[in-house]
Design a protein around this ligand. Structure first.
Ligand code: PEP
Length: 260
């Protein structure tokens, strides 16, 4: 059975002290769940101190970013090799990195390969902008982002990784994607996985939805066929909201059909 995966992306929020406080509160508020896996992605700076404080029965850590070379003269960068003992997952291809840091399809591909090489599970984010959506290009964008990112990977690599569908136009904008839009995109991602790697990979690879997730949307979103969890942005730095999202996912977990 697949566990529901809930990932909190803290983005560039919270200094080390504030991050530690949030972990403390989440620790108090969230019990050990056998059916829900909870992953926290604090800033790079907070990863090390949090890794010591964290209750590992409840939480795993993810990096928000790293460089694709393992080591070398790359001033200011941190590699996946340096993170391999520290994190279980790495968020890669987030639209904010594609947009503000000019991460191309090839850079995302190399980061995914570097994470896998260093035994870190990629959480690959893909999604269309509003312009692309209005131009009817959603499927092409998802196809291009997916196929390039997976280029160096084997079926085994892809089966263990996570793909997050994040419609860019609904991230932090207050807009929400309708369940039928999300279902269509998830179906298309699965179809592409099937075409590239066959039935088993299409069924096993975990797929998340992210963009504007709030506690009240958990039920309707997790009920969409093919969704294995949620990637949460702004609501993840509010411990009440994040804990409510985890609670709701836990309650629903027992009702969702298992496909793994
Ligand atoms: C995100 O940026 O991954 C995200 C889901 O953000 P938000 O929940 O704030 O829309």
């Amino acid at each position: 059975m697949k566990r529901t995966l809930i990932v909190g992306n803290w983005k560039m929020h919270l200094n080390v002290h504030e991050a530690s406080l949030l972990v403390h509160r989440l620790n108090e508020r969230i019990p050990v769940h056998r059916t829900v896996e909870v992953v926290l992605a604090p800033s790079l700076l907070a990863l090390q101190p949090i890794s010591v404080e964290l209750d590992r029965r409840k939480f795993r850590l993810a990096a928000q970013n790293a460089y694709y070379k393992d080591a070398g003269a790359f001033t200011g960068e941190v590699s996946y090799t340096m993170l391999r003992e520290l994190v279980h997952y790495a968020i890669i291809g987030h639209s904010e990195r594609r947009m503000y840091f000019d991460e191309t399809l090839e850079v995302v591909r190399d980061k995914v390969a570097a994470a896998v090489r260093n035994e870190i599970i990629p959480i690959l984010c893909i999604g269309e902008t509003n312009h692309e959506r209005l131009q009817g290009e959603t499927q092409r964008v998802l196809h291009d982002q997916l196929t390039t990112a997976l280029f160096h990977l084997t079926s085994e690599d892809v089966e263990t990784m996570v793909i997050a569908y994040e419609p860019v136009w609904a991230i932090g904008t207050g807009q929400t994607a309708k369940p039928d839009e999300i279902a269509k995109a998830i179906g298309w991602i699965k179809h592409n996985l099937y075409e590239l790697y066959g039935t088993q990979v299409a069924e096993t690879t975990r797929i998340l939805y992210g963009a504007g997730v709030e506690p009240e949307f958990v039920g309707s979103t997790l009920s969409i066929e093919g969704i294995d969890g949620l990637l949460v942005g702004s609501a993840s730095i509010n411990y009440q909201k994040f804990a409510d999202i985890v609670d709701a996912a836990y309650r629903l977990g027992h009702e969702r059909p298992t496909d793994g």
